[in-house]
Design a protein around this ligand. Sequence first.
Ligand SMILES: [Zn+2]
Length: 295
Amino acid sequence: MLIALAHPDDESFGMGGTIAHYSNLGVEIHLMCATRGEAGSVAAELLKDGMTIPELREGELRCAAEILGITHLEFMGYRDSGMAGSPDNENPASLVAAPLEAVTEMVVRTIRAFKPDVVVTFDPVGGYHHPDHIKIQRATVAAFAAAGDPEKFANAGLPFQAGQLYFGVFPRRLFRTTVKVFDRLNRNRAAQQIARLFGKKVPNPRHFGRNQDIDLVMLAGDEDYPEHVLVDYGEVRDLKDRADACHASQLDFGRQGGSRLMRLFARLQRRRDRYMRAYPETSANFRAKDLFLNS
Ligand SMILES: [Zn+2]
């Protein structure tokens, strides 16, 4: 199984349960992580002895990979592009600045070398519109098709066609419910007073997350992707929780609102990860519990 994601913590918060579930069953898992999460801000006290943010976050990913049973961990070496519109987008080393063709070739090379049955990446809007999520998703979709084509990327190994391509998805109805609840609370004076007692404000759904850069109202308007496969990871829930805990810089002190949001929604989904099967194409009402089914 090959998983292509963007930042340290995407693997744990987004699909850590699935990874632990399959690793437990003896599946070899190769994780490609495009960046080292350079644009995430972390609490200064976590950066001891001159440690940098990417060093800290790489260590957090190595900790999670060990717990989840990731057998091969590959850093693609791009720089975290930050949220859309942030100055990090302009950095020439950032993933968004890289030519799609070059990112695709790296994924092709790994598909041809590792020969996965199943490839997993983000949905087409990267879950919550993070530009790095969208970029690695596009590269992975292109690479999935190109890897089996001897005419494409001839210098990146012998052609290999992987069996299935999945996108990790989650139901937008969770966003819709959250927006409704916040709207109600924002109109309720008692709720606002209670929040103030705890030194907090009722969140504004247009500026959600610690960086206030998540627009829940926009996300609630996104279309729902089909949920073809539901992977129940109840039997390894403790591994998923322990892997989440490795990413300490992105939990209590982190400012990556998006990461925190993904973690919250993972909790609301009751220990099931959801996937859309992109290849082979399937009917809208296809339902399965296993990513390795061939039908
Ligand atoms: Zn991410």
